[in-house]
Design a protein around this ligand. Structure first.
Ligand code: UDP
Length: 245
């Protein structure tokens, strides 16, 4: 398998073709963006951290029986993934009120929700990513009902698995965004990335934010927060001396 031409350059990742038409390489850059790309920044090592975090999480979800695009970690911030056509949907799950949900519905940030919210927005920066009901998605032909059923089912499973994983790391999963893609065979796979760019994570004891809100809201300590999550994940996957005994 050989790396070929650049196919697409997104806000924080590049996608390269490979000699196998069913596989592409995703390369994580050091860029950070917020407010639909209006606010930009970067720090050295961010691409490497996000790659390590996302690859660990995707491998964990695969182990839980969730179908994803993940194939394997390569060097140099690169991950080999199955080629998919990304559906133009941001699939968002909320466990606790924060961000746009708090603003829109007047609910104080940090209020636990009685049940998880699953919502969709149209991945379209020019329109400000408007929220979509299922009927909008069907009417606009963005996905079929069958695809939406699979997406909802998989997303709730992702939420359960991630809540469990992060709580083991001492973190509360407030909300997150995922994306799905369709393979040439028509399979729906969880795709893109799961990192601090796409999840809100608050320390369970201190409430400190360990995610992109530090950048969005100029809270400082952005790099430390990104490193902190990777360290927690690494510690959790390293057997302790007790377990070795
Ligand atoms: N999110 C994302 N990309 C987007 C919009 C949202 O990854 O383009 C994530 C965001 O990090 C948060 C969740 O989706 O974990 C819900 O975001 P929200 O709608 O509250 O947006 P925001 O407060 O960023 O406007």
């Amino acid at each position: 398998m050989q790396k070929r031409q650049l196919l697409y350059s997104g806000k924080a990742k590049d996608i390269y073709a490979t000699s196998d038409p069913n596989l592409v390489i995703m390369r994580y850059r050091d860029d950070l963006t917020a407010l639909n790309g209006e606010k930009r920044g970067s720090f050295e090592g961010k691409g490497a951290i996000n790659q390590a975090v996302s690859d660990t999480i995707f491998a964990f979800l695969e182990n839980r029986g969730i179908k994803t695009h993940f194939v394997k970690t390569l060097g140099d911030n690169e991950t080999l993934v199955k080629a998919v056509t990304i559906l133009p949907l941001e699939v968002i799950v909320r466990n606790v009120a924060a961000g746009s949900f708090s603003r829109k519905y007047g609910v104080k940030e940090g209020t636990p929700l009685k049940s998880a919210v699953l919502e969709y927005s149209y991945k379209m920066d020019e329109l400000g990513d408007p929220m979509l009901a299922e009927s909008h998605i069907l009417a606009l032909g963005l996905a079929t009902q069958e695809q939406l059923n699979k997406i909802a089912d998989s997303t709730y499973k992702v939420n359960d698995a991630l809540k469990e994983l992060f709580s083991r790391l001492g973190l509360n999963l407030i909300d997150f965004k995922v994306e799905f893609g369709v393979t040439s065979d028509g399979d729906i796979l969880l795709a893109d990335e799961i990192t601090q760019d796409s999840c809100r994570l608050w320390d369970m004891e201190t409430g400190v934010r360990v995610d992109k809100d530090r950048f969005r809201q100029d809270l400082g300590g952005v790099k430390d927060a990104y490193q902190d999550l990777l360290e927690r994940l690494t510690r959790a996957s390293t057997p302790t001396s007790c377990e070795n005994a």
